[in-house]
Design a protein around this ligand. Structure first.
Ligand code: G3I
Length: 372
């Protein structure tokens, strides 16, 4: 592979240079970038800058073994994001072992096919390898988190223009911005884990877009209102500490039976825009387990739900990218948690299991063109 491999020395030199500008930061890392300084990745959109770039989460195993799926990704995606291949359990099977085979494979695939890659994810409560449970002091946690980010982000510096640095920071029903989801990071670092992760990523790749990625932001109801409020509070608290951050990722795992809160979502997005943060739609799909079985009806309802969401978003902001969490119903996480009671396969994605285009794809195409 031809990606420049960056050494720890490079990283330390950059961190030291940034420190020389006189701003001190956590973990010896300086604030190499301030909150909401523009950082717009040059995602190519079909070579057509007027369209919003579209992409999908991919699995390297499937890309290697399923040529029809691989061709569909190449034909339809301007960007990809690894569904699992850059998560801790794959990159860090053991404390002193980094495994980059899958991530490198994906980077090579993307480069060969002129597709951009978003990174996912650096600081998350979920899917952590078992060995991390043994981390037991603040200093050790900081060393592991910063060391991981330094190694992974530096390796792909210049090749990953956008990273989901922090994934899903909030509990399901937060009281406020301090309601952070328990993890090894919150246990040992408290809320400092966010600035630590964001600053470490900025130091390792000063040009990459730093994203906080969150789910369940768009629906009607008190739990979702609480999530919007807490997330805004969290963003403002990062701004108040001048922590580097460029964008918010709306995962948009839409539940077909839940109503989108148009007014509240738009007010939320206006507040994000006022903070000068960009918006990305990072994991769109429509969870269809409670929809009628008939496929044509189901596909139409799935497409309509996505259209309601995209209409609401695109009236207020122009998302920097729209990604679905998978391209084809052949590979989707949805049945892991939301199998249909009638036993029929889920159909949450823009292409069906035979890689045939569905109405959801047309809706995404429409909003890629239409957004403000
Ligand atoms: O690779 C192993 C395989 O060897 C083993 O036989 C099999 C048995 O369960 O598990 C396989 O790993 C699973 C992996 O997906 C690959 O399919 C893991 O158990 C499973 O936990 C993992 O789930 C992923 C989940 O995140 C946790 O990392 C899903 O694929 C992935 O779609 C999901 O993605 C998340 C985003 O990162 C964050 N937002 C929500 C989204 C959906 O839940």
């Amino acid at each position: 592979m031809t990606i420049r491999l960056n050494s720890r020395r490079d990283f330390l030199v950059r961190a030291a240079k940034a420190a020389a500008f006189g701003v001190s930061g956590t973990a010896g890392l300086s604030r190499v970038s301030a909150f909401a300084t523009p950082r717009t990745p040059a995602f190519a959109a079909d070579g057509n800058a007027r369209l919003i770039p579209y992409g999908a989460a991919v699995q390297s195993d499937a890309l290697a073994s399923d040529m029809a799926y691989r061709a569909a990704i190449i034909a339809n995606c301007q960007l990809i994001v690894p569904e699992g291949d850059m998560k801790w359990p794959i990159l860090r099977p053991a404390r002193n072992e980094y495994r980059f085979e899958k991530a490198d494979f994906l980077m090579d695939f993307a480069r060969q096919n002129k597709i951009e890659v978003r990174g996912h994810t650096l600081a998350w409560y979920g899917g952590m390898p078992a060995w991390t449970a043994a981390i037991d002091s603040r200093a050790e946690a900081e060393r592991e988190l910063v060391g991981h980010i330094e190694t992974v982000v530096s390796r792909y510096r210049g090749a990953i223009p956008s990273w989901d640095v922090v994934n899903e920071p909030l509990v399901d029903w937060p009281e406020d911005a301090t309601s952070l989801r328990p993890s090894i990071w919150t246990k040992l670092l408290g809320s400092d884990y966010l600035p630590i992760a964001l600053r470490a990523t900025a130091a390792a790749d000063p040009d990459t877009q730093l994203v906080i990625n969150e789910y369940d932001i768009e629906f009607k109801g008190p739990r979702f209102a609480a999530r919007r409020k807490a997330l805004l509070q969290l963003l403002r608290s990062l701004r108040d500490r001048d922590v580097p951050l460029h964008a918010v990722g709306l995962q948009a795992h839409l539940f077909a039976e839940r109503a989108i809160d148009n007014d509240e979502l738009q007010a939320f997005l206006a507040s994000i825009a006022a903070l000068k943060l960009d918006v990305l739609i990072t994991e769109l799909d429509v969870i269809d387990y409670e929809l009628p079985g008939k496929v044509s009806e189901r596909d139409a309802l799935v497409a309509r739900k996505a259209a309601q969401f995209l209409q609401s978003v695109c009236e207020v902001v122009r998302p920097k990218a729209i990604l679905t969490w998978g391209l084809s119903d052949r590979y989707t996480w949805v049945p892991m948690y939301f199998k249909r009671p009638d036993g029929m396969p889920n159909r949450p994605l823009p292409f069906d299991a035979d890689l045939k285009r569905k109405p959801l794809f047309d809706v995404i195409e429409e909003y890629r063109r239409k957004a403000v």
